[in-house]
Design a protein around this ligand. Structure first.
Ligand code: HEC
Length: 257
């Protein structure tokens, strides 16, 4: 069960940010459950225009210098278009909120929770998602899923995903066979807690994935049922997809389809 973790040099999520994120998620999940709101997507009009106006003011004073007037990035990562869709589709807005807690970097100018929710409203507006009648609230974030043009169920190419399958192959080419379909993940590290329970409960399937850049070598787990996380790279020719691997974790020492 010992996780193998690969620290990617170019990984944009620092370990610190994720520890903070995880702690915050627990708290907001509880309040969201209490609110018991229905699930919806960002296309359903989940924020108000007034909120986006407030968010814009906040964005321009605190974020714009790095993320640009048009949100396309610069010193910071783009918060619009393909990049936004790839990073956030299939995830709920609380993950984006958690990510923003570490912004601006250095935390000397950390904002109140409501200010980040207003900024999220502005980001949604700039991404073309419609405004609605009711304000977005911190408690409501867990009920709203980001959805791209292809719908919430379609994982965008290059998105971080989690897959369960049987590890095979050798150093020349590691493969995951009898694998499940990919699901979105927000954390490149081996799962723990609720996400690990989901991986353990995931049935094997008929998919195959080529595993790229697996380090350290997953050799000890050959023949194991493993959870693999990585960036999804679809094959345009219709062949098996590849994963640019961020972590491999053994779930069981055998792998019976
Ligand atoms: C000093 C520059 C700077 C400022 C100011 C700043 N950011 Fe960032 N931001 C970055 C950099 C650099 C990254 C990409 C590297 C990383 O992920 O840490 C980033 C990443 C992000 C991400 C993750 C994007 C993704 O898709 O993974 C979000 C969301 C974000 N910033 C929101 C904000 C918000 C909201 C503010 C204002 C409250 C803000 N940032 C202010 C530099 C900045």
């Amino acid at each position: 069960m010992k996780p193998m973790k690969r620290q990617r040099g170019q990984q944009r999520l620092s370990g610190k940010a994720w520890v903070l994120g995880a702690a915050v998620v627990g708290v907001w999940c509880a309040s969201a459950l209490a609110a018991a709101q229905e699930e919806r997507t960002v296309k359903a009009g989940v924020y108000t225009s007034a909120q986006a106006v407030r968010g814009r003011t906040q964005y321009e004073s605190t974020c714009m210098r790095c993320h640009g007037a048009d949100l396309s990035g610069g010193a910071g990562r783009s918060l619009t278009g393909d990049v936004f869709v790839r990073d956030w589709t299939g995830l709920t807005l609380d993950r984006l909120f958690d990510r923003m807690q570490s912004m601006p970097p250095g935390a000397t100018e950390a904002l109140a929770g409501d200010a980040y929710v207003d900024i999220i409203s502005y980001v949604l507006e700039r991404n073309g998602y419609p405004a609605g009648e009711a304000e977005l609230s911190v408690a409501g974030l867990t009920t709203v899923t980001v959805e791209g043009e292809d719908g919430p169920g379609v994982v965008p190419n290059f998105a971080l995903v989690r897959v369960v399958g049987c590890l095979g192959g050798d150093a020349a080419r590691w493969v995951l066979s009898n694998a499940s379909d990919e699901v979105r993940s927000a954390d490149p590290a081996p799962s723990s807690d609720a996400e690990l329970a989901e991986s353990q409960a995931t049935a094997l399937g008929g998919r195959e994935y080529a595993l790229m850049y697996v380090f350290p070598s997953p050799e000890p787990y050959v023949g194991h049922r493993v959870e693999t996380k990585g960036l999804l790279i679809r094959d345009d020719a219709g062949g098996p997809a590849s994963l640019n691997v961020t972590s491999v974790q053994s779930l069981a020492a055998t792998c019976e389809p």
